[in-house]
Write a new protein. Structure first.
Length: 84
């Protein structure tokens, strides 16, 4: 069963990382927000941290995005917390 979450992306950060603050996932990537570079970096980072494929389903050109992944939300967040 696939699940979705809302995330906020901060491009052109000093380093790639994911923070969970007040229940909100914030993804920092060093890539600029041009030609999909930041989006690709977000997907790569989340896959590395969680071990599952992630897809952007809404907000490709916005900082606020909705992502979809094939595991339960709690498990997805637990994996980020364990590796972030």
């Amino acid at each position: 069963m696939e699940k979705c979450l809302k995330i906020k992306v901060i491009p052109k950060a000093s380093r790639n990382r994911v923070l969970i603050k007040d229940g909100r996932i914030i993804v920092y990537v060093t890539a600029p927000p041009e030609k999909g570079k930041a989006n690709r970096e977000v997907l790569k980072l989340l896959k590395r941290l969680t071990g599952v494929g992630v897809e952007i389903v809404s907000g490709e050109k916005a900082r606020e995005k909705i992502i979809r992944f094939p595991i339960k939300k709690d498990e997805f967040i637990r994996r980020i917390e364990g590796n972030g």
